[in-house]
Design a protein around this ligand. Structure first.
Ligand code: SF4
Length: 322
C-alpha cells in the first residue's frame, strides 16, 4: 500500500536575488513499512523536498503539486490540521540534534510532552514509556539519564533521544534527514541499526535523506537520486549499486570507499551543482557530465522507466541509448 504519494512537487523560495527553484517536479512513492533513501549532494533539493512534505518550509518558501499521506492531501492544510498529522502519523529527525532539542528543558520534559499531548497519557505513564524508548535506543542507564539536560549528552546520544521522540507516537512514516552526519563510523552504524529495528518492530516506513551513499547499502531497500531538484534515477538499492543507469549516480558510487580496490585516491565529481536561481535549460547535470552531448544542454531528459521498478532521466543512460 502506498503510504506517501508525491506528485509533481515544486518548491521555490523568494529571495533578494529572485526566485530559487529548489525542487522541480518530483514524483516519489513510499510504501507502508518501506525504507527509502533520498540521495544527493548538498543543494540537490533533498532536504527542502522533505520539509515541504512536512509542511515546514521557511516563510519565503512555496510548495505546489501534491503530497498525499494515506490518501489525505497535505498541501494546503492549515497549521492545526498539520500539527495533528505530524508526530502521530509522520515524524522527522533533523541533522543537528542540538538545535532540535530545547537546551533549557530536561530530556524527560521534552520526551513526555508529545505522549501527554498526542496520546493523552498521564505524566507518570509518559515518563515510564520514555524510559522504555530510551532503553530501546540503547541509552545506558536511561532512568537516570532522562533527568539530564541535552548538553550533558554526546552527539550520538542526543540523536538517539531525537529518534526516540520521533518514534514515541508510533508514526506511520519517519523522515530522518542526515541523522548520522557528524557522528563517528561506529555510532553511525548503531544509529542505522536502531532505525532498522524500529522499522521492523513498529512497521514504520523510513525515509533516509543523505549525501552519503555509503550508508545506503544495507540500510535501505529503495533509493531515489536527486540532482538540481529533480529525480535523476530511482530503483532498488542493490540493483542501482550493481549497475547504475545515470552518470551522476555512477559518480556518487565511485566516490564510496570499497575494500576490493585501492581507494587511496577516490574519484570525486568535478564541478559544482547548478545555480538554482538560473537553472540550465537542458539536463541539470550537463555541465559536469562526462557523457554530455549537445542535445543534453538544450533538452531536459524525462524520467522514464528503464526496467521493472527502475527509472532514469538521461538521454544517454549507461546501459545504452535512451
Ligand atoms: Fe549526462 Fe546527457 Fe545524461 Fe544529462 S542527459 S546525465 S548530460 S548524458
Amino acid at each position: 500500500m502506498t503510504l506517501l504519494r508525491v506528485r509533481n512537487l515544486r518548491v521555490s523560495f523568494a529571495t533578494g536575488d529572485g526566485t530559487v527553484n529548489a525542487v522541480n517536479g518530483v514524483d516519489l512513492d513510499v510504501e507502508a513499512g518501506q525504507s527509502l533513501a533520498v540521495v544527493g549532494e548538498s543543494g540537490s533539493g533533498k532536504s527542502q523536498l522533505m520539509l515541504a512534505v512536512m509542511g515546514l518550509l521557511a516563510r519565503n518558501g512555496t510548495a505546489a503539486g501534491s503530497v498525499e499521506l494515506e490518501s489525505v492531501e497535505l498541501l494546503g492544510l492549515d497549521e492545526r490540521e498539520l500539527n495533528r498529522i505530524r508526530s502521530r502519523r509522520i515524524a522527522m529527525v533533523f541533522q543537528d540534534p542540538m538545535t532540535a532539542l530545547n537546551p533549557y528543558l530536561r530530556v524527560a520534559d521534552q520526551m513526555t510532552e508529545g505522549l501527554v499531548l498526542h496520546l493523552g497519557m498521564a505524566r507518570r505513564e509518559a515518563l515510564a514509556e520514555s524510559v522504555r524508548l530510551l532503553d530501546a535506543m540503547e541509552v545506558p542507564d536511561a532512568r537516570r539519564q532522562i533527568a539530564m539536560y541535552p548538553h550533558e549528552f554526546s552527539g550520538g546520544m542526543r540523536q538517539r533521544v531525537l529518534i526516540a521522540m520521533a518514534l514515541s507516537c508510533r508514526p506511520r512514516l519517519l523522515i530522518a534527514d542526515e541523522p548520522t552526519t557528524a557522528l563517528d563510523v561506529t555510532v553511525q552504524s548503531r544509529i542505522m541499526r536502531i532505525l532498522a529495528e524500529a522499522r521492523a518492530e513498529l512497521g514504520t516506513a523510513v525515509v533516509l535523506v543523505t549525501h552519503d551513499v555509503g550508508i545506503v547499502a544495507g540500510g535501505c531497500e529503495h533509493m531515489v537520486v536527486l540532482y538540481g531538484g529533480q529525480v535523476m534515477e530511482s530503483g532498488p538499492v542493490d540493483r542501482v549499486f550493481a549497475a547504475p543507469y545515470h552518470p551522476y549516480t555512477e559518480g556518487l558510487l565511485n566516490a564510496v570507499p570499497r575494500l576490493d580496490r585501492d581507494d587511496s585516491r577516490l574519484p570525486s565529481i568535478p564541478g559544482d551543482p547548478p545555480d538554482m536561481n538560473r537553472p540550465p535549460a537542458g539536463c541539470p547535470f550537463a555541465a559536469r557530465c562526462p557523457r554530455a552531448v549537445d542535445r543534453c544542454r538544450h533538452e531536459l531528459p524525462g524520467l522514464l522507466s528503464r526496467a521493472p521498478d527502475r527509472r532514469v532521466a538521461c538521454h544517454l543512460p549507461l546501459d545504452g541509448p535512451a
